[in-house]
Ligand binder design. Structure first.
Ligand SMILES: [Zn+2]
Length: 273
């Protein structure tokens, strides 16, 4: 049966890898990069304006991730299909893998799916994305290349009527090797409100990609969430990408003597602070 395959995007094209041979220890993912719906899904029953909202993707996250990848010479793995079809940053048994309601919006095209329809969506987007991330990491580790995984997301300034004060959030679990120096560097900057496990935490199931590919292999990792009004235009995207690139450059073990935030990430768990 070919019904699962959209006319315009073969399943081999639903994930994009940029700079697969990147020299940076950081591998970036952008799990919610696109709001593209393959034609076979129509609009999933939504009004067109709903498809540009954050429920369909992480606005601004991809341009930031791309600019960081280029500046750091890092590999970037991005999804190319909307999270409304299937959320690649969720486990296959998560209740919001394919959401019938996102925030307060019902998604008619996601209601009452058959097992076959769910399997087709997994094969279309989820599996290729995770296969790509796994393949890149395994090849790097086989070559002995130091690897840390960072996922780049954006969040909506107002969620269910509540304003969110943070400009950026760093999400982490008990392994803080990467998150602690990242948070410390951000807190040294004036005028930036840093959310620590805000607006989400691993308990919200948002840490899936990092758990599956980094934590399972003992690799340092962290999740970045940037408030999307900060990165709604090119100037904002450039500002945050350059700021984060500077911080990550300082965290690289080979960054030289000028890296004030530089430290080894070889120990499994840092003291709680
Ligand atoms: Zn996201």
């Amino acid at each position: 049966m070919e019904t699962a395959r959209p006319a315009s995007l073969a399943s081999s094209e639903t994930v994009r890898v940029t700079n697969s041979g990147g020299s940076s220890p950081f591998v970036l993912t952008c799990d919610h990069a696109s709001n593209f719906l393959p034609p076979e899904f129509g609009t999933l029953g939504l009004a067109a304006e709903e498809l540009s909202r954050h429920i369909a993707w992480d606005p601004g996250a991809l341009p930031v991730a791309r600019r960081m990848a280029e500046a750091l010479d890092a590999t970037l793995v991005e999804t190319r299909i909307s999270r409304l079809v299937i959320d690649c940053n969720r486990s296959l048994d998560a209740p919001d893998l394919i959401s019938a309601i996102s925030e307060t919006t019902a998604i008619p095209g996601n209601a009452g799916l058959s097992e076959k329809q769910r399997a087709a969506r997994i094969a279309l987007s989820w599996q290729p994305f995770h296969d790509a991330v796994a393949s890149i990491i395994d090849k790097r580790l086989a070559r002995g290349v130091e690897t840390r995984l960072v996922s780049v997301h954006s969040f909506t300034p107002v969620y269910k009527g509540k304003s969110r004060p943070w400009h950026i959030g760093i999400i982490h679990d008990e392994d803080r090797r990467l998150a602690s120096p990242l948070i410390a560097a951000l807190k040294r900057l004036a005028g930036i409100n840093v959310g620590i496990n805000e607006p989400y935490s691993p308990a919200d199931r948002v840490y899936f990609t990092l758990e599956r590919h980094a934590r399972s292999r003992g690799l340092a990792c962290a999740m970045i969430e940037i408030r999307n009004d900060e990165i709604s235009d090119e100037a904002g995207q450039r500002k945050w990408a350059d700021l984060l690139t500077g911080i990550f450059s300082d965290l690289e073990p080979s960054s030289g003597s000028q890296g004030s935030g530089r430290r080894g990430l070889g120990h499994p768990v840092e003291p709680v602070n």
